[in-house]
Design a protein around this ligand. Structure first.
Ligand code: F0G
Length: 460
């Protein structure tokens, strides 16, 4: 019989202790953090599933590459290795390094967008949306309708609604749509993949109207692996071949190397357009740095150069996708409502369905995050009414389109026994869900309020 157990395809060379706390300590810590897990110190967290961004473990080859890092201000060989590695996977003519994904976004949107423009995407991530809005343009989400049916599986829930895209461009005219974006995998929509068939269709619409297509590439390798598993005619292709095909359909990309770059910091912006690249490099020098380092140390460039190759390893991707699904399946089979199917980098609990007695304006996602911390020292993040911060025409708070709780799994960090512990904690909270109360805001910042918001518990 073939062995079925999926193991972590690495052994551990360096360990980082994590600290247990008592329930009483956690109660006090939670109150001091005003029920916002962003405000808890990481030393007080046992398992940190806040994000998969910059939280991964580097390999021995990446640590070795750090030592090769050349810190020359201009023309560093580290940049050469970085550029070659990016080009071998992504294939774009111009590679502009940035300190992380949002810096690439800011440079791109401030170069191509003007007030009144509209940028369609399957779903914008919060920093992408914020950077588009910051230049006076509109960030428009066009996911397929199936994406809103959390409990119903669909192989490519990250797809864009192509009919809506066509209608939008026809309604607005090409001059108001400077670019179309596709986020692979779709983070705000449950870590769900986009199919190559969908990317091709979106590209055809863009080509017809002569509008560039950009990929938000943060989790491109995970998306490529889903395509290999789920899309017809791709099972025999390697993740690298699939990634090449994805990017061959695009005119540029933004990337946070903190995700599928397997690095702790870094990002880049790519384009095939010479004029645009020049403008972007000029802006880069203003705020990020010279075009051969873009706000990164030479050693960071080298770590990313290696990470972009390691992330396409099939053993790694298989373990990555299967281990995230393991968490989702073990809680879903006990009845916990999650976005189905499990995403690549995270499991998303439907907090409204988990806590139906807490109305969206009492932040069920935030309340659930607080409860997972209290029960087991686990940190997660709300993607819902707090993060979306919607208001009606009178300026009154309205509920977000959804209230999800994301459990993002850092890459190569936690073992199966850590995940078994997480499952046990979630199921314990599930058992006593009816006793969980909602929250009321006591402080909020004018934008990106989820990072610093404060709450108090509603009385029973
Ligand atoms: N695009 C997507 C789809 C993302 O998920 C992120 C970051 C970014 C862009 C911005 O990249 O953080 O390097 O500036 N997502 C992290 C998360 C923060 O937790 O999902 P960045």
């Amino acid at each position: 019989m073939p062995i079925k157990t999926i193991i972590e395809p690495f052994r551990i060379k360096s360990i980082e202790p994590i600290r247990r706390t008592t329930r009483d300590e956690r109660q006090q810590i939670l109150e001091a953090a005003h029920y916002n897990v962003f405000l808890i110190d990481s030393r007080d967290i046992l398992i940190d599933l806040l994000t998969d961004s910059g939280t991964g473990a580097m390999s021995t080859e990446q640590w070795a590459a750090l030592m090769r890092g050349d810190e020359s201000y201009a023309g560093s060989p580290s940049f050469g290795r970085f550029r070659d590695s990016v080009q071998s996977v992504f294939g774009f003519k111009h590679v502009i390094p940035t300190h992380q994904g949002r810096a690439a976004e800011r440079i791109l949107f401030s170069t191509v967008c003007k007030p009144g423009d509209v940028v369609p995407n399957n779903s914008h991530f919060d920093t992408t949306r914020a950077n588009i809005e910051f230049v006076g343009a509109e960030a428009l989400d066009l996911p397929i309708p199936e994406a809103a049916e959390f409990s119903r599986p669909h192989p490519f829930k990250g797809n864009m609604d192509v009919t809506k895209l066509k209608d939008t461009i026809e309604r607005l005219g090409k001059s108001r749509v400077p670019l179309v974006m596709l986020t692979v995998t779709n983070n705000a929509g449950g870590g769900q993949p986009v199919s190559l068939a969908n990317i091709r269709e979106v590209k055809a619409v863009c080509k017809h109207h002569d509008i560039p297509l950009y990929i938000d590439a943060c989790r491109f390798a995970e998306n490529a692996y889903f395509i290999k598993q789920r899309e017809e005619n791709y099972s025999n292709k390697t993740p690298r071949e699939i990634a090449r095909e994805i990017f061959s359909l695009a005119d540029g990309c933004t990337m946070s190397a903190k995700k599928d770059g397997l690095a702790n910091i870094g990002g880049f912006l790519c384009t095939n357009n010479d004029v645009l690249a020049q403008q972007e490099r000029d802006l880069l020098i203003l705020t990020e740095g010279f075009p051969t380092y873009g706000g990164l140390a030479g050693r960071d460039l080298d770590a990313i150069a290696v990470g972009l190759n390691e992330v396409l390893d099939e053993d790694y991707l298989h373990y990555r996708i299967v281990s995230t699904a393991y968490l989702g399946e073990h809680i879903a089979r006990e009845g916990v409502p999650i976005v189905q199917p499990p995403g690549g980098h995270a499991i998303y609990i439907d907090a409204r369905a988990f806590l139906p007695h807490i109305p969206p304006l009492e932040f069920p996602g935030v309340a659930l995050a607080a409860e997972l911390y209290l029960e087991g020292g686990i940190r997660s993040v709300e993607i819902g009414t707090l993060m979306f911060a919607k208001r009606d025409e009178n300026g009154l708070e309205v509920e977000g389109p959804m209230d999800l709780l994301r459990l993002a799994v850092p890459r190569r960090v936690y073992t199966q026994s850590h995940i078994d512990y997480v499952v046990e904690v979630i199921l314990e909270v599930w058992r006593r869900r009816e006793s969980i109360r909602g929250l009321a805001l006591t402080y909020q910042a004018p934008f990106l309020r989820h990072f610093t918001a404060r709450f108090k518990r509603k009385h029973a």
